[in-house]
Design a protein around this ligand. Structure first.
Ligand code: ATP
Ligand code: MG
Length: 249
């Protein structure tokens, strides 16, 4: 099967004060297959957000190439880049980024409003994803009236309503209590299995990482370890991740 994402020899340098350069990513290489659920771990400053931003076309690598379905992201310009962002990828964030002045339904509908969907198509799509995530009774409510865990579920509904191929999450469980974090991760696993959406999230938390199928561990801008869950139970994978962290941190 052709990979969904192929990352070849990526580096990212940032200017860091007078004449200094921060080498945030150094020669990163990997492939992600369609339907994979990947976790990116690493200490603060390791380069997790930088990597996610490059994959999501929010920033460009200094060197190297990223291919999405065998097309180099650097060849996407103007309209094709806008279409890629609007249709193929999606995000969830630590702080949810819901719009307080819109209802839950209006928040979920946003990605469709940015494309040429009719009101009826939007209503049907919002109702469908809300039902999948158990949010139907909340659709008319303002997000500020919801718990953190509920707000993150709404953010997932918004991220998936237009059926993207790839969902990015930058520490999506970071602001949640452990019960809400587990609920979110279980939702992601179910959606990943049902819809074959590929997911890539960054996390510091071995519990969150244990829900993924494969982990990349970044240190000082390099992937120094990979761990695949394979036939392990989630509890066994969690133990393996904790052991990995004990070795590398
Ligand atoms: N816009 C920027 N300008 C300059 N340096 C940056 C910029 N963004 C990130 N860096 C540097 O790049 C390195 C990697 O940062 P990054 O934010 O990717 O780390 P991270 O693994 O996401 O950390 P955290 O766990 O704290 O979110 C750090 O040394 C950081 O200071
Ligand atoms: Mg980060």
């Amino acid at each position: 099967m052709a990979p969904l994402l192929k990352v070849e020899h990526i580096t990212k340098d940032y200017p860091a004060g007078t004449a200094a350069i921060c080498h945030a990513l150094k020669n990163i290489n990997f492939e992600i297959q369609p339907g994979e659920f990947i976790g990116v771990m690493g200490a603060s400053g390791a380069g997790k957000t930088t990597l996610l931003n490059l994959l999501a076309t929010l920033d460009q690598p200094t060197n190297g190439q990223i291919f999405f379905n065998q097309q180099a992201l650097t060849t996407l310009k103007g309209r094709s880049l806008a279409q890629f962002r609007a249709q193929q990828i999606s995000f969830i964030f630590q702080d949810f980024k819901l719009l307080d002045r819109l209802t839950v339904a209006e928040n979920i509908a946003l990605p469709l409003r940015l494309q040429a969907f009719t009101n009826q198509q939007i209503t049907v799509a919002v109702a469908k994803i809300a039902c999948q995530l158990g949010l139907t009774s909340l659709l008319k409510i303002m997000p500020t009236a919801l718990s953190n865990g509920q707000q993150q579920q709404v953010a997932i509904a918004r991220a998936l309503v237009h059926q993207p191929a790839l969902l990015f999450g930058d520490e999506p469980t970071g602001a949640l209590d452990s019960g809400s974090a587990r609920a979110l991760l279980e939702t992601l696993v179910t959606l990943n299995q049902k819809t074959q959406i590929s997911i890539l999230l960054t996390t510091h938390d071995p519990l969150a990482a244990s829900y993924c199928q494969r982990i990349f561990y970044l240190k000082d801008g390099r992937i120094i370890q990979q761990l695949t869950r394979q036939h392990r139970t989630r509890a066994e994978f969690y133990q393996a991740i904790v052991q990995l962290l004990a070795q590398v941190e």
